[in-house]
Design a protein around this ligand. Structure first.
Ligand SMILES: Cc1cc2nc3c(=O)[nH]c(=O)nc-3n(C[C@H](O)[C@H](O)[C@H](O)COP(=O)(O)OP(=O)(O)OC[C@H]3O[C@@H](n4cnc5c(N)ncnc54)[C@H](O)[C@@H]3O)c2cc1C
Length: 388
């Protein structure tokens, strides 16, 4: 028996759950298919927290970030669940760091986003946990904060179902057949038919795209989030301590106390090794641990207490670190999103945009930079720029 839907979402991590929510909310008969249990920890979207911020390196990202906050507000209203927690955001690093702050300041200024330049003395005065030298400076943006990742994905899924979506779990999509305007999807022993397919497969993106003869130069890496028990936890309280990003190579970022009692989360950005998402381990990477620990001892020594917990998680990196949000040229009824290791904050708005691309064929959101056929994605061995 074939079951018919107006839209099928392949993958119910952060982005796919957002797509299912927005499609169902606008009355589209939607099926979401997930290969593992909903809320699983094998992909990119688990754990308590992700940074959300308006501070981004280009104006279109800043505009999309504004839309991201608005999208989460809709989710909060619909689900009755708070998912965004503002605590302020600090981009901080050496004046000659690998990720120049000027571009961020310019992009925010062009979009009328308020922010402050802070010198090292002011950073130390506001947040005494930062043991930064005088060569360091920062950009502070008060809307920066946390999206409660697992909670937000669960809220998307709950609200999608409340709006009529069907979500199935433990059902890997094993075959996709497109002919004419129809697409057949086989998953978990069932055959489904749809006119619109949305692919939000994270680390398994190329596997899903191969059904359409598309292969992108993606790198899947195993990253890790580490929780430390600060010596003086009062210096890291949510509401007074910001989310922060160290804008150098290597780049690190971290959170105030949130999710795990008495512990702060710190991670290295794009510090992990390439893995296969099916055979990867869940073991701690001692090289990342060493880099994070040494950074903390130097820059945030009060946070460098006992290590409480490590969680591994995958990134799906495009070579330029920009997203893919587009329709397939040869199959315009198939749309795809790839988050490039920084998309959770945008999960809801990207989900909405994917739905618009699928159903309306267009979106007003600023995604022109995220085409699937941009030159760097057509190269077999493209140069990689992960520090942005
Ligand atoms: C340690 C870490 C820290 C991060 N920090 C931040 C941050 O601070 N801020 C931020 O914005 N972003 C951050 N990110 C990035 C962000 O979490 C990801 O970009 C985002 O979660 C990607 O979501 P996704 O839906 O694309 O992928 P996923 O959550 O992996 O979802 C893809 C889903 O598709 C399913 N799937 C794949 N193939 C199939 C198939 N054939 N059949 C059925 N289901 C299938 C998978 O099982 C999976 O559930 C971080 C990521 C990590 C790992």
């Amino acid at each position: 028996m074939t079951r018919d839907y107006d839209a099928i979402v392949l993958g119910l991590g952060g982005i796919g759950s957002g797509a299912a929510y927005w499609l169902a909310k606008r009355g589209v008969r939607t099926l979401g298919i997930e290969q593992f249990a909903l809320g699983h920890a094998r992909g990119e979207s688990h754990d308590h927290s992700r940074i959300i911020r308006l501070s981004y390196v280009t104006a279109p990202y800043v505009r999309l970030a504004k839309e991201a906050y608005a999208a989460w507000q809709s989710v909060e209203r619909d689900s009755g669940e708070r998912v965004v927690f503002k605590t302020g955001g600090l981009d901080v690093g050496p004046r000659d760091g690998a990720i120049p702050l000027e571009g961020y300041a310019d992009a925010m200024r062009s979009e009328s986003v308020p922010f402050e330049w802070l010198d090292a003395g002011e950073i130390r005065r506001r947040w005494p946990a930062f043991a930064v030298g005088d060569d360091v400076r920062g950009l502070f943006q008060p809307d920066g904060g946390i999206v409660a990742a697992e909670r937000a994905t669960a809220a998307h899924q709950r609200s999608a179902r409340a709006h009529g979506a069907t979500l199935v779990e433990n059902s890997p999509v094993t075959a996709i057949e497109a002919s004419g305007g129809e697409i057949d999807v086989v998953a978990g022993g069932e055959r489904y038919r749809t006119r619109h397919l949305l692919i939000a497969a994270g680390p398994w993106s190329n596997r899903a795209l191969q059904h359409f003869g598309v292969k992108l130069p993606l790198e899947v890496t195993k990253e890790q989030a580490m929780y430390f028990r600060p010596r003086d936890v009062s210096k890291f309280a949510f509401g007074s301590f910001p989310v922060w990003i160290w804008m150098d190579d290597p780049s690190f970022y971290g959170f105030p106390v949130f999710g795990e009692e008495g512990a702060v989360k710190v991670t290295q950005d794009a510090g992990g090794k390439p893995v296969d998402p099916d055979t990867r381990s869940f073991e701690e990477d001692p090289d990342i641990t060493a880099r994070v620990s040494s950074f903390l001892s130097r820059v945030l020594p009060d946070a460098a207490g006992p290590q409480q917990l490590v969680k591994t998680c995958l990134y799906t990196l495009t070579p330029d670190r920009d997203f893919v949000i587009d329709r397939l040229a040869d199959h315009p009824n198939v749309s795809v999103a790839i988050g490039a290791g920084h998309a959770f904050k945008f999960a809801s708005v990207i989900g909405r945009v994917l739905g618009e691309l699928a159903v309306d064929g267009a979106t007003r959101s600023p995604i022109a930079d995220f085409t699937i056929d941009r030159p760097i994605l057509e190269m077999e061995a493209p140069p990689k720029t992960y520090m942005v």
